[in-house]
Design a protein around this ligand. Structure first.
Ligand code: SAH
Ligand code: SF4
Length: 340
């Protein structure tokens, strides 16, 4: 077990069990989150005996070890983290002037199996624990010596299929004793796990929801995102509308533009129908080619056509700026590395 991933109450219970006063829990959290130190040996204000006992209990500060990293010229940096059982996951650091974002993973692999996604081609291995999720963000902040302002669950895995751990991680990112990130700066992206979207709306958290839409009718969406057979389009959109109404947060609809697949005039007309008149925003995403997958990105002028028409119809829309493509860190290119 690791310190990262425990909330204040759990950690207090643990230190009390070890015969120490309650305030040791906050001291430990300070080291890990505020000072970025996860080696008990360096936690100089803790009694040596207590530090030994933590070690004896099989506790560790951190859940991850960095197994590799690659930095692009624009400052985007991809990290490979090794988990205690030797699986690996990737996370990406995306620096901008006013925000420092980490894109993190929630599972090793993914069971949804979207046909365009590199992770989807690998199958599902296991869920990440809350500690393994939150530690990606924490470790990257330490490595970059910066405060991470934004975090998005857009790496490997379907966050809402690992609901409890993802929610606990988001609360730790947000907590005053954790990374102190504003809930409004946290985003969960989902392929459309309908019951979990309703549940998330009731959490009373101000976090953002992004839906991977990618198609405007059930036939095509089921081909691209097999989960659509379980939760078809109308249900998914209804759940997102409910989320927007309950949280007053604008839902992002992600739309990867695939040449000759979902970028025709009829697709555009249906896209407007689905999005007009409620609190959402369409993010048009240039497709990042994945080896052994036959899709191609739409032409830039087709993307512009979609953008212009949506805006003309009063739908908020933008084209996603791609970052880090040279290190395969762009969306959908995160790949699981087995037992390195
Ligand atoms: N499982 C969640 C979150 C991780 S995927 C989800 O599917 O929403 C994060 C985003 O990257 C999703 O919108 C996904 O559809 C998109 N994506 C996957 N493969 C991609 C690719 N090759 N090019 C561009 N975007 C991709
Ligand atoms: Fe899983 Fe998201 Fe990739 Fe689909 S796009 S396979 S849901 S990670």
């Amino acid at each position: 077990m690791q310190i990262v991933g425990l909330n204040l109450e759990e950690l207090e219970e643990l230190v009390l069990k070890l015969g120490e006063p309650r305030y040791r829990a906050r001291q430990l959290l300070d080291w890990v989150y505020k000072k970025g130190i996860d080696d008990f040996g360096q936690m100089s204000n803790l009694p040596a005996l207590f530090r030994e006992r933590l070690q004896e209990q099989g506790l560790a500060g951190s859940a991850l070890t960095q197994a590799g990293a690659e930095e692009a010229t624009d400052g985007t940096k991809k990290y490979l983290f090794r988990l205690p059982d030797d699986f690996c996951v990737e996370a990406v650091y995306i620096p901008e002037k006013k925000r420092k974002t980490v894109c993190f993973s929630t599972q090793v692999g993914c069971a949804v199996g979207c046909t365009f996604c590199a992770t989807g081609q690998q199958g599902f291995k296991r869920n990440l624990t809350a500690g393994e999720i939150v530690d990606q963000v924490r470790k990257i902040g330490v490595d970059r010596r910066t405060r991470i302002s934004h975090a998005v669950a857009m790496g490997q895995g379907e966050p809402l299929a690992n609901y409890a751990a993802t929610l606990k991680a988001l609360r730790l990112l947000n907590a005053d004793y954790g990374l102190q990130m504003a809930a409004r700066h946290l985003t969960v992206s989902t392929s459309g796990v309908v019951p979990a979207i309703y549940r998330l709306a009731d959490e009373k958290l101000q976090i953002n929801l992004a839906l991977s839409l990618h198609a405007t009718n059930d036939e095509l969406r089921s081909q691209l995102i097999p989960l659509n057979r379980t939760y078809p389009l109308a249900q998914v959109i209804q759940a997102c509308r409910d989320y927007a109404a309950k949280t007053k947060r604008r839902v992002t609809l992600e739309y990867i533009m695939l040449e000759g697949v979902n970028d025709g005039e009829a697709d555009l007309a249906r896209l407007v129908e689905l999005t007009v008149g409620w609190l959402c925003h369409v993010n048009l995403i240039p497709y990042n080619p994945v080896p052994a997958v036959a899709y191609r990105p739409s032409a830039p002028r087709t993307r512009q056509r979609f953008l212009g028409y949506l805006q003309e119809k009063g739908v908020a829309a933008s084209i996603r700026q791609e970052r880090g493509a040279e290190v395969n860190a762009a969306c959908g290119q995160l790949r699981q590395h087995l037992k390195l």
